[in-house]
Design a protein. Sequence first.
Length: 404
Amino acid sequence: PFTTTTQHIGLAEQHSAHNYAPLPVVIAEGDGAWVTDVEGRRYLDCLAGYSAMNFGHRNPDLLAAAHHQLDRVTLTSRAFYNDQFAPFVSALAELVGKDQVLPMNTGAEAVETGIKLARKWGYEVKGIPRDEATIVVAGGNFHGRTTTVISFSEDPEAYGGFGPYTPGFRIVPYADADAVAAAIDATTAAVLVEPVQGEAGVIVPPPDYLPRLREICDRERVLLIADEVQSGLGRTGTVRACEHTGVVPDVYLFGKALGGGILPVSAVVADADVLGVIRPGQHGSTFGGNPLACAMGRTVVRMLREGPYLEQARRLGTLLSARLATLVGDGVVATRSIGLWAGIDVDESLASGRELCERLAARGVLVKETRRSTIRLSPPLVIGEDDLEWALDQIAAVLADLRA
Ligand code: PMP
């Protein structure tokens, strides 16, 4: 019975919650940057699971590590140590130059953990009155879908109707360091920011933004928390998007690609004087730090260190930004990119983001719109140069069709 796209979608719509409106493509297999649907059609995956599939589908190194671990032990809980845990946390801490790692599962959990960490640090270390710490965040942010995280979203779809919300957040415009400085007071424990805003449409802030936030946070004794869930682990051609400006935040949040696209793995990474405020019994997760997750995480760290991924993202990123520049004008209002990650703002009178994605899917390219008429490109870092060129050709062709 499950052989056609129509059958799958019919049953899915009947029996799953409608919290997504997926494109009508039922994926059955993946290989590198390509996926195949249930009817045998091939598509170039230019979304890569919102950057969770940075290393490509069925990456041989990740599969080998997963198979190896599957045959040994997969779950212990944190009631015990497991033999993948120390290799993972030590490798990740070393990779980003911090002392300690707190492993969780999803990106939103890492953000929640970062918020709890900052509040407790504010109380115990900075001396902010108990339970009164505030956190400054950026407008247009996307940090996840939990109740606390949507409390400081500006996207009405994300927060609308889900209140009451968690207090203690101050939203200031993204890329505006003066506004951050003005929002900080004696209750402020942290500034939480995406080094590049992903869901907002791949917004790359001016180069002095993060350095200025670093200065302000140092001066005010406030933690700088970088949400690198989408921007980190190769997407921009570096392990951390923060590296582009030389800024070292106090706390990193990683997720998505940390699990190698095999299972959810996230982490909060900071020095011991910060993470040390969380003691036994105060935070955790049954699955965080499990053997399979750690086996994936340590493999991802090794791949970033030894593999061609960062270099590939930088090389293809140069090609991508050059091609994007040629699109502007022909139905494209603006483009932005950093590494192998781009936002393309299409003239809203031409088509909605959704329609663009449908037309691209029909041509064999999978992308997802972000807000309004922006399409985001975040293909696996293993995508071939010709394939990337081809994807951009398809975008140009769709725009030409729309203008015809
Ligand atoms: N932070 C950022 C910057 C993200 O882009 C996302 C996901 N798009 C998240 C957090 C949430 O991650 P998850 O979906 O794994 O909860």
